[in-house]
Design a protein around this ligand. Structure first.
Ligand SMILES: [Zn+2]
Length: 129
């Protein structure tokens, strides 16, 4: 079977660009490994405050991954009822997984998980209530 990229980046109805499925992605599928520059909490805070970098993922304890130079994962949008989650695999790589079956051309989302995001959230789950 030819290898098909599971996701591509397109313009999103939620915000800016987003990541969309190219095919049906079954629940619990590993969608991609989150790669970037490994930094600590202090450097994460500095980049967020001084560089407005919003593309940093928490990698457990005092480890963070700056995905600013990534081609896909940096574009994932927030949803309060997301269809994806982030977790470490057996080899401690930070990865994106499907929570449930994701149909072709559906936007992939995660719960960003910080308090400020919920205050004025206009994700599809909040605005459809
Ligand atoms: Zn929301």
């Amino acid at each position: 079977m030819p290898f098909i990229e599971q996701v591509s980046v397109k313009k999103s109805p939620l915000h800016g660009k987003g990541i969309f499925s190219n095919l049906l992605i079954p629940a619990d599928t590993l969608i991609l490994v989150i790669k970037g520059e490994y930094i600590d909490g202090a450097e994460c805070e500095r980049r967020e405050n001084e560089e407005d970098n919003v593309y940093i993922f928490w990698n457990g304890e005092d480890s963070y991954i700056d995905t600013n130079n990534s081609d896909k994962i940096k574009f994932i949008n927030h949803d309060c009822k997301p269809n994806c989650y982030v977790d470490n695999d057996d080899e401690d790589n930070l990865c994106l997984y499907a929570i449930r079956d994701i149909i072709e051309d559906e936007e992939l989302t995660i719960d960003y998980g910080y308090d400020e995001i919920y205050e004025n959230c206009n994700c599809s789950s909040c605005s459809n209530q």
